[in-house]
Design a protein around this ligand. Structure first.
Ligand SMILES: *Cc1c(COP(=O)(O)O)cnc(C)c1O
Length: 462
């Protein structure tokens, strides 16, 4: 059967209508969701229909059911976790990726996607000042980027110890010691667990959560054998960056592989004003970052970068008689990611970078950091509020008179709906966390959000 020329028209037209209705109001509606997960479960719970339904009607129903439970991540006043919005060009390119429905595993099968992703990869390496010959894989997010890089690290450090992990596995081989900062992201632990490397050794961090290089040196000196050091560019609480140049020098002196988790922080390197935060980072062996955070590409997209593409291929490449390997250029995408079948996630990255250009990318990162500083200054003016971190990038943590008050303010801000921030604990203290990650945040959003926090605090104090 050939597809009727107009087969997609009605369902797509409805989807565009609902998408526009959402995008038209995402900046003005209450930021939080209007309904709980339980309420949504109840409205979705119905038996599977016995027979088919009209696709356009299903699209309408889906939009109607989801609407009350959507969080306005795209709002300029959403500051929870570390969540990017979506730039118009990224969304439009992502729609095309869906319409084209290419399985971007092999260059032979989907040369357009492979070429667009290779071009995006080259631009990313250029923007971030990383080695141009690095292997780059487009994965689902920072977690899988960490996994992909650490799988490459595992292959490389064991190969140096004479072990072929792909053939021989881990059992009976030399142990791989993994050292991480006390405040590394939990996804690093998850990646190590999936890789069979167990729990890492945590190295002491300073007041901003940066790994202490003297403690790292001591830890590395206490044993020999294969070792991996995970550094962090961008702490989720403080935004702080590990001292890259010093830590990498120490780790390399001990023969360790150095991986950098820079899910949102790696992009500081794209800004001349902020790149000193990442000084020396290019000497590491692998880097993980997200495109769906700072770069504001649609969910989901992470980027795994490995300086030496050979262990990456060794860890992730697969061969099967029915696949067709590409012997040219960068090789096949499937050699640089854990998946075989895969969405062409790098295509919206290409479109986004093509649209922003070098200066636009730098300006985006600088704008996020500037708004974070403005939010910190505004919040600090609230009587009883203390900004507890040194605001060097996009993250702000604020505490109020005591933990109960901070918790109550966090709850109240969310209920109020004008802005959205998440609570957390940092260094034994309750904090209200602010992460500025959305391209659309402007000066007015900053003022309104400070007002929302002041209002929440006054309501509790009063
Ligand atoms: C968000 C984040 C991750 C995990 O990335 P996902 O995209 O959520 O998988 C890892 N490290 C840091 C520092 C992060 O902020």
């Amino acid at each position: 059967m050939s597809v009727r020329r107009d087969a997609y028209d009605e369902a797509l037209a409805r989807a565009v209508l609902h998408a526009r209705a959402w995008l038209d109001t995402v900046g003005t509606r209450p930021v939080g969701t209007g309904a709980t997960a339980d309420a949504l479960r109840a409205s979705f719970s119905s038996p599977l229909p016995d027979g088919p339904s009209d696709p356009a009607a299903v699209v309408d129903l889906l939009a109607e059911l989801c609407e009350p439970g959507l969080m306005a991540f795209g709002s300029g006043r959403f500051f929870g976790w570390v969540i990017g919005g979506t730039l118009p060009v990224a969304l439009a390119a992502d729609w095309l990726v869906s319409a084209w429905d290419q399985n971007a595993a092999m260059a032979y099968a989907t040369p357009a996607c492979a070429a667009a992703e290779e071009a995006a990869a080259a631009w990313i390496l250029d923007l971030l000042g990383l080695p141009a010959s690095s292997g780059v894989g487009f994965v689902t997010g920072g977690t899988m980027a960490n996994f992909t890089c650490l799988a490459s690290a595992r292959t490389a450090v064991l190969a140096r110890a004479g072990r072929d992990v792909a053939r021989d596995g881990l059992a009976g081989g030399p142990p791989v010691r993994v050292l991480v900062g006390q405040e590394r992201h939990a996804s690093v632990d998850l990646a190590l667990r999936l890789l069979g490397l167990g729990a890492p050794h945590a190295v002491a961090a300073d007041a901003e959560g940066r790994i202490r290089v003297d403690a790292l040196d001591d830890a590395l000196s206490s044993a020999s054998g294969p070792a991996v050091v995970c550094l962090q560019a961008g702490n989720v609480h403080s935004g702080a960056f590990d001292p890259m140049a010093e830590a990498i020098e120490v780790a390399h002196a001990h023969g360790a592989w150095v991986h950098v988790d820079g899910a949102f922080g790696l992009w500081a390197a794209a800004s001349p004003a902020l790149s000193s935060l990442t000084h020396g980072m290019a000497d590491a062996d692998s880097w993980a970052t997200d495109a769906h955070k700072t770069l504001n590409v649609t969910y989901d997209c992470g980027i795994a970068i490995v300086a030496d593409a050979a262990p990456m291929r060794g860890a992730l490449g697969v061969h099967a008689s029915y696949l067709v390997a590409d012997e040219h250029g960068a090789g096949d995408p499937l050699e640089r990611v854990p998946e075989l079948s895969r969405r062409a996630r790098g295509v919206p990255v290409w479109a986004t970078l093509r649209s922003l250009g070098r200066s636009g990318t730098a300006e985006l990162v600088e704008r996020l950091a500037r708004h974070a500083s403005a939010l910190a200054a505004g919040l600090e003016r609230i009587e009883g509020a203390t900004v507890v971190n040194d605001v060097v990038y996009t993250q702000v943590c604020v505490a109020f008179e005591d933990d109960d008050t901070t918790r109550a303010v966090a709850r109240r801000v969310v209920e109020d709906g004008a802005a959205w921030m998440s609570g957390s604990t940092w260094h034994g203290r309750e904090v209200l966390r602010v992460s500025v990650s959305n391209w659309s945040t402007d000066d007015r959003d900053v003022l309104r959000s400070v007002d929302a926090v002041a209002r929440a605090h006054a309501a509790i104090a009063g």
